[in-house]
Design a protein around this ligand. Sequence first.
Ligand code: R5P
Length: 273
Amino acid sequence: MDWGMRNRLARMFPTGSGNTVMLAVDHGYFMGPTRRLENPRATLAPLLPHADAIALTRGVLRTSVPPEAMTPVVLRVSGGATVLKEDLSDEAITTPLKEALRLNVSAVALSIFIGAPHEHESILSLAKLVDEGEDSGMPVMAITAVGKELEKRDARYLSLACRVAAEHGAHLVKTYYCEDFSKVVEGCPVPLVVAGGPKLDSERAVFELAHAAIHEGAHGIDMGRNIWQSDHPVAMLKALRAVVHDQASVKEALDIVAAEKQRPATSPHVAAA
Ligand code: R5P
């Protein structure tokens, strides 16, 4: 692996744990102004210093992140369908690699839709992006998207999807946590990070997910709604960092959140209430 590629990966995995805490704020590219991400700049500002990387589109990067920010960027480069369409798999590469280089990002990310109507096109897009990424020293993260079919999130399906991503050259794969997640890890020869999915019922459930994922071999999280839809997003992010980097238990994570809640509110949503 060339120096540039290694350097970009090292920026996203900065601590001794070998893991990463990515903050996902790319939801608007197909969902529009998602709850509590209506104003990305306001949502992001207090969270930026606590994330190892942020995952977003070029539009939100240019409009809502100060160029002085040192947080590494994972740039989503696929799109082309919205929640108003039945088939979310109708995506293509919407942002060229030249633009990713111009924006000085640390990785590019695209969704692949295994088993969906546009599976073929999404796999070819991944392969093309990997070719370009290898030429330019740009890591590629494949996202095993399930569209509206959240029930697809089981070990059999995700193992297949993650393996297909790795076989086509992805340097990193974002997937979902599931029962028997260690089987997904075992079958995927590149690092996996897990998304959070729609907001869970409790803080405990979020930490249990992250703790189990790390314990079973994930190299981090790339989480969105369970952080910034919380009334205490900074506290959630700090507690998740402890789980991902310091092997904190679920109870320790809950204690961190409890302590953080005693501090003045940093969520724009709580402050405005
Ligand atoms: C889909 O919109 C994106 O890939 C998200 O970045 C991903 O689902 C992670 O966000 P969340 O934790 O909210 O599911």
